[in-house]
Design a protein around this ligand. Structure first.
Ligand code: GAL
Length: 440
């Protein structure tokens, strides 16, 4: 009964969310409205966009999110004028809303032709474990991709020897972007340690500038800060062991990370709970706040939407104590079981995984290409730095973006962090995470 109620609630939520999803179509001809939950005429057994249409499901809509996708769709449409693209994007950072809509559709055997999913646990412990995805090993061979993606990434989209999706990008989560003018005006140097960060934050606060912008209307933005503190405190190996369940959540270093998190939250803008990530990043763009920890989709937002120049208007540095580490977030797309036109979907995946496709998408998105042979000249200094860092760093999976742990744990962690942000109760956070650890 409880379960039935849960399913009904999820369906109602999905309908409400879908009805509210914004139309991201700005590209002519594309239908970016996911509110029909797929093509209405389709039977429950056949998902996807139907013959001649590829339905691309993501949360990339609006400012800071959609430019890369629209460029990729343009490229695909040029190469395949016979296939219509249905851009089914559901607004909400980190898939806050899209994931609920997707879950309802997948449960109803009405998958989109292809959908955005993070490499790691979100894909493997989620949709692959539920037997909802087609293996793509032969497709990778046909495309000649086996040596075109770093093995670490192929591993993130593989389970039991099968490959299940195609990475379009690599985002970095442990970046702090800062307003250069504000730093200069206050005579500040980029902080590398936690102590330096606090010194800088104190000086900014004394000068009447918000040190750190936060927009945790969606809780993942705060979870992202916490995971970066955890990485700094534990180091890359033990950080990974934490998600493998080999280090308990009441480990002294996890407790210390929660204490630091509490301190850092003392430096954020008062209206953080009513802002989303773009609204928070804008504070840094405007100089009302000095810094923001955000995945480098914020770089896309600064460049494309706010028209700010890399290393002139905004700078960037690794989250304190995490220099040499790279919090990997990879957006990937696969082939769900039961789509009507798998060959057309593969045509889309082929463009998405191509050098050209990745170089159309990533310079706009703020991410670096997942492929190893991208055209570096298409990326600005930020992109070039990120590429070099990716090759030299310890790679670690993001919790907030679905790679480190299965969705059940991520949801509980986000809820716990959301409560922590207002109550600042370290014991409570640690206990809640400890109780949720059985889901790892
Ligand atoms: C992440 C996703 C990024 C970006 C971000 C904000 O989960 O991997 O591509 O869209 O959310 O929505």
């Amino acid at each position: 009964m409880k379960k039935l109620f849960g399913i009904l609630l999820l369906m109602v939520m999905a309908l409400v969310i879908a009805a509210c999803s914004s139309d991201s179509s700005s590209d002519g001809g594309e239908d970016a409205d996911a509110s029909d939950g797929g093509d209405s005429g389709e039977s429950a057994e056949s998902g996807g966009g139907g013959e001649g249409t590829v339905e691309i499901f993501s949360w990339w809509t609006g400012a800071g999110e959609e430019d890369g996708l629209l460029a990729l769709i343009d490229l695909f449409e040029q190469e395949h004028p016979d296939i219509t693209v249905d851009n089914a994007a559901v607004a909400g950072g980190a898939g806050t809303n899209a994931k609920a809509v997707l879950a309802t559709r997948m449960q109803g055997d009405d998958p989109p032709s292809t959908f955005q999913v993070h490499g790691g646990a979100e894909l493997n412990e989620g949709w692959v474990a539920a037997d909802k995805m087609e293996p793509l090993n032969d497709f990778y061979e046909e495309q000649g991709w086996m040596d075109k993606f770093p093995q670490d990434l192929i591993d993130m989209v593989s389970k039991d020897g099968n490959i299940y999706s195609v990475p379009v990008n690599i985002h970095r989560g442990n970046v702090v972007f800062y307003n250069k003018q504000v730093f200069e005006d206050n005579g500040l140097e980029v902080p590398t340690s936690y102590d330096e960060f606090i010194e800088v934050a104190d000086q900014l606060q004394d000068a009447g500038v918000t040190p750190l912008a936060l927009g945790d209307k969606e809780a993942w933005t705060a979870t992202q800060i916490f995971e970066n503190i955890l990485l700094g405190e534990l180091g890359p190996d033990d950080y990974k062991s934490l998600w493998a369940g080999d280090i308990p959540f009441d480990d002294d270093r996890v407790v210390a990370a929660a204490e630091k998190f509490k301190t850092i939250l003392g430096y954020v803008n008062e209206d953080h709970a009513s802002r989303n990530w773009q609204d928070a990043a804008q504070l840094v763009g405007d100089g009302e706040a000095a810094m923001i920890n955000m995945g480098d989709w914020a770089k896309g937002y600064f460049s494309n939407d706010l028209d700010l120049e890399t290393n002139k208007d905004f700078g960037y540095f690794a989250f304190p104590e995490t220099d040499g580490d790279f919090m990997v977030i990879t957006d990937t797309f696969g082939l769900p079981k039961g789509v009507e036109n798998p060959d057309e979907v593969k045509e889309f995946l082929s463009v998405l995984g191509s050098k050209e496709g990745q170089d159309a998408f990533n310079p706009l998105k703020g991410s670096i290409p997942a492929r190893v042979d991208a055209d570096e000249s298409k990326y600005d200094e930020y992109g070039k730095d990120a590429m070099a860092d990716f090759n030299e760093s310890n790679l670690t999976p993001s919790l907030a973006h679905g790679s480190a742990a299965a969705e059940g744990f991520v949801t509980k962690a986000n809820q716990a962090v959301n409560i922590f942000v207002t109550q600042l109760d370290v014991d409570n956070l640690i206990n809640t995470l400890k109780n949720a650890a059985s889901e790892l």
